[in-house]
Design a protein. Structure first.
Length: 129
C-alpha cells in the first residue's frame, strides 16, 4: 500500500462490531498490540470473521432459549461467562497474531507513544504545579 492511499476500515453490522469494540475497550492490551492503522484493519477484519465463526460454533454446541423478543441468541450465549471469555480469548489471539506478523512491523502507531505521554505528564505537572 503506498503512503498516499486511503485506509478503509470495514463497517460491520451489529452485534459483532459491538462485541469487538467492547472487547477492545475492556482489554487495553488488544489496543496496545494493534496500534497502527494497518494492524487495526487486519485485526478488525479477522476478528469479525473469527468471532462470527466462534459464535456459530457456540450456537451449534449450546441450547439457547426460544426467541421471545427480549434478547438475541448471541446475547443469550454471551450471558454465560465461559462463552464471553472464549470470545475475549479469540480476540486476544487475533491481536497477538496480527502484532507478530512481520508485514506490519513498520506500521506507525496511532496516537502518542508511552514516552510522549510521560513527557506531557511532566510538562503538565510543571505548568500546573
Amino acid at each position: 500500500m503506498s503512503e498516499h492511499e486511503d485506509l478503509w476500515i470495514p463497517l460491520v453490522d451489529e452485534p459483532i462490531g459491538s462485541i469487538v469494540a467492547q472487547a477492545q475497550t475492556d482489554d487495553p492490551e488488544i489496543d496496545r498490540l494493534v496500534s497502527g492503522p494497518h494492524k487495526i484493519l487486519a485485526f478488525r477484519t479477522f476478528a469479525y470473521i473469527r468471532v462470527g465463526i466462534l459464535l456459530g460454533q457456540l450456537l451449534v454446541d449450546n441450547d439457547v432459549p426460544e426467541y421471545d423478543g427480549t434478547e438475541t441468541w448471541i446475547e443469550a450465549l454471551l450471558r454465560d461467562p465461559r462463552h464471553e471469555q472464549a470470545v475475549v480469548n479469540e480476540l486476544r489471539a487475533v491481536a497477538e497474531e496480527v502484532a507478530a506478523d512481520p508485514r506490519y512491523a513498520d506500521d506507525e502507531q496511532i496516537g502518542p507513544d508511552d514516552e510522549a505521554r510521560e513527557r506531557f505528564r511532566e510538562f503538565a505537572l510543571n505548568q500546573l504545579g
